[in-house]
Every structure is written in structure tokens, then in C-alpha cells.
Ligand binder design. Structure first.
Ligand SMILES: Nc1ncnc2c1ncn2[C@@H]1O[C@H](COP(=O)(O)OP(=O)(O)OP(=O)(O)O)[C@@H](O)[C@H]1O
Ligand SMILES: [Mg+2]
Length: 358
């Protein structure tokens, strides 16, 4: 399905039905992280909502699977994303990220499994009206100008004339395309196309936005712009589902991340949790085995490599404490600072350095 057909189908299609899978065992044969499925809530035919989670869950999936012929693109996706959170979906090329997003949007029919998006089954039209989407491989109507393109998409969303004009102008300014608004999309650079696509994804003031590699074609200024837009969305309470390989950006923008491989979530972590381990780097004039031993009162894994001492603490607040203690011991401190455990390191640890998913 090409992008255009997909968009039209996505906006116009009526509710899509697919066979609910059999009740899944809690033990997962694929070794994926698996939350307890809430079968009453997940049932497509169910109209009874559980009061505790209504309105809070943006996406919940239970053993979602997609096979393309003999090829398994997504093996077993069980995931919960809360409304209002910025959620990073990370994994190597071919891990099934885009396929998962397409299933959640109703663009690809799952082979089995269940999912609810904005408290409705996949493909539910009123729910779709509150979803925005920036595809990874976009093919926009390049005979239209940027302004016409946004107008077309606003019409497809059914946005009224007056509101359409205001929103389009506001979004053109937001993505820094006011000056290029009347130029045809075929004259746009890749970064400009990505920015106009981002604007299109926000036209309907969505409750949930899927951004599939939104910064892949952007220069540093464009990436900063996307980061700001995501921060604004978070401030407005919009849930953002972000596929990205730019881990340094994910680290800054996301509240929580899931690491996915072969369509299985193999680890989930909040970024706050990740940041709770602080690697302290320290260079002093005269280090000694005794100093190394004594430093262990401030943290664990005290090691020295290439003249730099490393230790792990639970908070950056330990750094001035360590500094004061060193000075009190008469030790000359040349350098002291924090190097947080990076998402990139975690990615490599979780995936394995030679990981290639598909
Ligand atoms: N329409 C299709 N027909 C057959 N195989 C497909 C199709 N779409 C995706 N796949 C396969 O499914 C797997 C998952 O692809 P997907 O595009 O979801 O990965 P991804 O995690 O988004 O990768 P990337 O990081 O490169 O964007 C890959 O092995 C891919 O070749
Ligand atoms: Mg992809």
C-alpha cells in the first residue's frame, strides 16, 4: 500500500475487524517482557471499561503479531503506553517498529493479538480522528504547495474552514515553513518535507501522535525544532509515540522507552530510572589503592582506567561531597564530573553489540 492510499484508507476506513487471538499464556515462549493481559478490557466486543484505567491508557497491546508470508515482522508485542507520556520505541533496523506503528494505526492488519488505542479497538474512526501520524517513508502530494497540502489533510480530518486557516498558519510558523508555504512540495528538501509532515500530523490537535523517525532528514536546527515541538506536546498532555535511532535525542525527550527486537519488547525503562545511575569521573594528582578503597564509601564499582577513576553513585549530589572529602584529605583534584549511563550504552547492552534483528 502506498502512502497516499494508506492515508485515505486510514482516514476514511470504517472499523476494521480481526480475529481475537486465543487467550495467551502469561509465560512467553519468545522471551519477551509480558505484562498481564487484561482480557476483559482488551476484548474488541467489550463495551465495559475498567474505571481505574479509563482515560489514562493511550495504547495497550497484547501479543500483537504480524507475519508477512513466512517472515515474522513482529513476533509478540505486549505494551502499555500512558496518555500524556513521551514514549520511545527503540530497536535495531528491522526490529518491527514501523510495522508495529502501522498495526496500531490500522494500516496493517495484525496476524493475531489484540490492541486498543485511545480506549478503542484498532481502526476505530472516532479514535483515529484524535491521532496524528508522521510516517517514516512519506510520499506526499508533491504537486501541491505546503499550504495546500496542509489544507487537504485538514479537510480529510473534517476541520472547519475557519479553524483550518488558523491552524495551518500556526503550524506553518511552528515548523518554520512560512516563507516556503506557497512553494510546491516537489521543490522542498527532505528536511522541509519532514517538517511539513510533522505539521500535518498535528493538524487535528491529536491526543496521540506517532512520529516514525521524525528527525532522520533534519539538520541540527531542525532536530532542535522537533525536540521543542515534542516538549510542547508533552506540556499539552499529548501522548507521543516516538520511533528513533537518535538515542541522545530520545534521552532528552522521552519519559519512558521500550527496547524492541523482532517485535518483542525485551526491556522497558523510564528515563528517570536510567538516569539514577550516575557515573562519576575523577582525575586526581596521586591516586593510591587506599584512595580507591576509601572512595567506595561514596559509590560502587570504583575503578581506574587511563588515569581516570570511575565510580557509580545514585545521584549527582554526591559529586560535591566527594570533592569536599578529597580536598579535606589534601588530594589535588584536576577533574570531577558526572557521565550518566547513556541510553546508547544501554541499547548495546540490551541488544548485544552484534545484534541485527532483520
Ligand atoms: N510489507 C512487507 N512485506 C514483507 N516484509 C516486510 C514488510 N514490511 C516490513 N517487512 C519486514 O518486517 C521486518 C520489520 O520491518 P520494520 O520496517 O517494521 O522494521 P523497523 O524496526 O521499523 O526498521 P527500521 O529501523 O529500519 O525502520 C523487516 O524484516 C522487514 O523486512
Ligand atoms: Mg522503521
Amino acid at each position: 500500500m502506498n502512502y497516499w492510499t494508506g492515508q485515505i484508507l486510514w482516514l476514511k476506513n470504517s472499523r476494521r475487524n480481526f480475529t481475537p487471538c486465543e487467550k495467551q499464556s502469561l509465560l512467553n515462549k519468545n522471551g519477551c517482557v509480558k505484562n498481564k493481559p487484561n482480557t476483559s478490557r482488551m476484548s474488541e466486543s467489550s463495551v465495559v471499561r475498567l474505571p481505574s484505567s479509563v482515560g489514562r491508557v493511550a495504547i495497550e497491546t497484547n501479543s500483537l503479531r504480524k507475519e508477512f508470508g513466512a517472515h515474522v515482522a513482529v513476533a509478540d508485542l505486549t505494551l502499555n503506553v500512558q496518555r500524556g507520556e513521551v514514549f520511545g520505541f527503540l530497536g535495531p533496523n528491522g526490529a518491527g517498529k514501523t510495522t508495529s506503528v502501522k498495526m496500531l494505526l490500522g494500516l496493517v492488519t495484525p496476524t493475531s493479538g489484540q490492541a486498543r488505542v485511545l480506549d478503542a479497538p484498532i481502526g476505530n474512526v472516532p479514535a483515529r480522528a484524535k491521532i496524528g501520524f508522521l510516517p517514516e517513508h512519506f510520499r506526499f502530494q508533491d504537486w501541491l504547495s505546503g499550504r495546500e497540502f496542509l489544507d487537504l489533510h485538514a479537510r480529510l480530518y473534517g476541520i472547519s474552514n475557519v479553524k483550518r486557516q488558523t491552524s495551518i498558519e500556526k503550524l506553518l510558523a511552528r515548523v518554520d515553513l512560512q516563507d516556503a508555504a506557497n512553494r510546491k512540495l516537489k521543490e522542498y528538501s527532505k528536511g522541509m518535507l519532514q517538517r511539513v509532515g510533522l505539521a500535518a500530523a498535528l493538524l487535528n490537535e491529536p491526543d496521540l501522535v506517532f512520529l516514525d523517525e521524525p528527525t532522520s532528514g533534519l539538520d541540527p536546527l531542525g532536530r532542535l525544532l522537533v525536540r521543542d515541538v515534542i516538549q510542547d506536546l508533552r506540556a499539552q498532555g499529548t501522548c507521543v509515540f516516538l520511533n528513533s535511532h537518535l538515542l541522545s535525542e530520545v534521552e532528552i525527550t522521552c519519559d519512558r522507552v521500550a527496547f524492541v527486537k523482532n517485535g518483542c519488547v525485551i526491556r522497558e525503562t523510564s528515563i528517570r530510572e536510567t538516569s539514577n545511575v550516575v557515573q562519576v569521573e575523577l582525575v586526581v594528582k596521586n591516586s593510591s589503592p587506599r584512595l580507591m578503597r576509601e572512595l567506595s564509601r561514596f559509590g560502587k564499582n570504583v575503578q581506574q582506567a587511563n588515569g581516570t577513576i570511575h565510580l557509580e553513585t545514585e545521584s549527582e549530589a554526591r559529586i560535591p561531597e566527594i570533592n569536599r572529602w578529597l580536598v579535606a584529605q589534601g588530594i589535588d583534584v584536576y577533574k570531577i564530573g558526572a557521565a550518566k549511563l547513556s541510553l546508547e550504552k544501554m541499547f548495546l547492552d540490551v541488544m548485544g553489540k552484534d545484534a541485527r534483528a532483520g
